[in-house]
Ligand binder design. Structure first.
Ligand SMILES: NC(=O)c1ccc[n+]([C@@H]2O[C@H](COP(=O)([O-])OP(=O)(O)OC[C@H]3O[C@@H](n4cnc5c(N)ncnc54)[C@H](OP(=O)(O)O)[C@@H]3O)[C@@H](O)[C@H]2O)c1
Length: 381
C-alpha cells in the first residue's frame, strides 16, 4: 500500500536543547521525578535528541520485578524487523548502537521470522563478542512450527523449543524465557515444571509470561511457591498510551504480592505514536506493509490518529518528538521494568534513546495534559 509521505518526520525536532517555559515549582517537581528515576548507577550516556546535539542522558537500570536481575530501562526487540525487513547489517548497526548506549536487554522469540530473527541476533552477538555477563537476552516460546507438538506450552515443546532457540542464538543460555501466550490446553502446572527444569538445567536463568491473564499468572506463581519451583518473575504485555488496561489495572494486585516485573512491548503502537501516520501512510513503513493489514486495521483507527495529532503538539512544545514523548510516558510508570523498542533504522533507535532524558521533564501538568487527550485511564489506576 502506498500513501503520503510525512515531510521531516524521520529526524528529531529542531530544538535540541529541549527548553520549555517551566516555573521553579515545576522544576522542583521535575527534580523529584528525576530522583525517583536515578535508581541504580548509570553506565553509559545517550544523546537526548538522538543526533548528538542535545543534552546527555544516562541509561538507568531497573530490577525485573522482585528478581535481582537488572535490565536497561530501554531495550531492543526483533519483531517484524530482524530476519525480515531489516537486513543483517542494519540489525548489527542497531544492536551495537543500543549496546553502546547502555542497552543490555535484547528480546526475541522462536516465532519471529520463523526463527530467522534469532539467527540474526545470534550472529550479531557472535560478531560483537560482548561479555555474556553484560547482556540480558530473552526469547519466547509458544509458536515453534506447524506440528502438533511444535506449539504451546507442553513440557515437550518447552524443552525442545528452548534447545532450538539456543542453537539459533548461538548461546548456552538465555537470561529470560517467556511463555509467549497462555496455553489453556496444557495444565499450567506442567508449564511451570518445564520452565523450572529449564532453569535447573542452566538453559534459562529466569522465566516469565507474555499476555497471560492475571489470575493464571497468580496460579502459576502459587504452584511454584508451593512446590519449591522457580516462579515467573515478569510479564511481557503490550503497553503504550493507547493500550493501558492490563498494565495499569489487571496486573495491579500482582506487582506487590508476587513482585511481578514487566517488559512492555509496542510502546509506539507500531509507529503510530511517532506521528508519522498523522497525515497518511508513508511508503516503506510497517503499517504500509500489505501483509500487515490486520495490524493496520487495529492501530490506524480515527480516534487513535486524532490523539496522535494532538500529542504531537505537546511533544513539539517540549522540543521533543512524539516517539520520545510516548516512550518517556511508558518509562514514567515505575511498574515498567523495561520498555522494549523496535527500530528498522539506526536513526530511529537514536531518536528513541533520547526519550530517557525527557522522563524527568514530564511534569504533573504535562502528564495531565496527556491524560486529557488520551481519555482512557483505567478506572483502578
Ligand atoms: N510479547 C509479545 O507478544 C510481543 C509482541 C510484539 C512485540 N514484542 C516485542 O516488543 C518489541 C517492540 O515492539 P514493536 O516493534 O511493535 O515496537 P514499536 O516501538 O511500537 O514499533 C516499532 C516500529 O515503529 C517504527 N519506529 C520506531 N521508532 C521510530 C521512530 N523514531 N520514527 C519513526 N518510526 C519509528 C519502526 O517501524 P517502520 O520503520 O517499519 O515503520 C519500528 O520497527 C518487539 O521487537 C518484540 O521484541 C513482543
Amino acid at each position: 500500500m502506498r500513501g503520503l509521505a510525512v515531510p521531516g518526520h524521520d529526524g528529531p525536532p529542531d530544538n535540541p536543547d529541549l527548553k520549555s517555559p517551566v516555573t521553579s515549582a515545576v522544576r522542583a517537581r521535575a527534580a523529584t521525578v528525576a530522583a525517583r528515576h536515578r535508581r541504580t548507577s548509570p553506565v553509559r550516556f545517550v544523546w537526548l535528541d538522538g543526533l548528538g546535539r542535545g543534552r546527555l542522558a544516562r541509561m538507568h537500570f531497573r530490577r525485573l520485578g522482585r528478581s535481582g536481575l537488572k535490565v536497561s530501562e530501554l531495550s531492543l526487540g526483533a519483531w517484524l524487523t530482524y530476519g525480515g525487513t531489516v537486513d543483517a547489517n542494519e540489525a548489527e548497526v542497531c544492536m551495537r548502537e543500543a549496546y553502546e548506549a547502555g542497552v543490555n536487554f535484547f528480546d526475541n522469540a522462536e516465532v519471529y521470522a520463523e526463527g530467522k530473527a534469532e539467527l540474526v541476533m545470534g550472529q550479531v552477538l557472535h560478531n560483537a563478542g560482548w561479555r555474556r555477563e553484560s547482556l540480558v537476552i530473552s526469547t519466547k516460546l509458544f509458536w515453534g512450527g506447524e506440528g502438533p507438538n511444535d506449539q504451546g506450552l507442553s513440557h515437550k515443546h518447552i524443552i525442545e523449543g528452548m534447545s532450538a532457540s539456543l542453537r539459533r542464538l548461538r548461546l548456552d543460555y538465555v537470561d529470560v524465557v517467556f511463555a509467549h501466550r497462555p496455553d489453556f490446553a496444557t495444565p499450567v502446572e506442567e508449564t511451570v515444571r518445564a520452565m523450572d527444569l529449564l532453569i535447573r538445567q542452566g538453559k534459562a536463568l529466569y522465566w516469565g509470561t507474555s499476555e497471560w491473564p492475571a489470575d493464571r499468572i497468580a496460579t502459576a506463581h502459587a504452584f511454584a511457591e508451593r512446590h519449591g519451583l522457580f516462579p515467573p518473575v515478569a510479564e511481557q504485555p503490550q503497553y503504550h498510551m493507547l493500550h493501558r488496561d492490563r498494565v495499569e489495572r489487571e496486573y495491579l494486585p500482582l506487582y506487590d504480592s508476587i513482585g511481578l516485573g514487566t517488559t512492555v512491548w509496542s510502546p509506539l503502537a507500531s509507529g503510530l505514536l511517532t506521528g508519522k501516520y498523522n497525515e497518511g501512510i508513508p511508503e516503506g513503513t510497517r503499517l504500509a506493509d500489505p501483509q500487515l493489514g490486520w495490524l493496520r486495521e487495529k492501530v490506524l483507527v480515527a480516534g487513535n490518529l486524532e490523539k496522535a495529532r494532538r500529542l504531537t503538539a505537546i511533544a513539539r512544545d517540549l522540543g521533543a518528538s512524539l516517539a520520545q514523548l510516548a516512550l518517556a510516558w511508558c518509562l514514567r510508570n515505575e511498574r515498567v521494568s523495561t520498555v522494549i523498542t523496535g527500530a528498522t533504522r539506526v536513526e530511529q533507535l537514536r531518536e528513541n534513546l533520547g526519550a530517557i532524558a525527557l522522563v524527568p521533564r514530564l511534569t504533573t501538568e504535562i502528564v495531565w495534559a496527556i491524560e486529557t487527550i488520551l481519555d482512557n485511564r483505567p478506572a483502578a489506576s
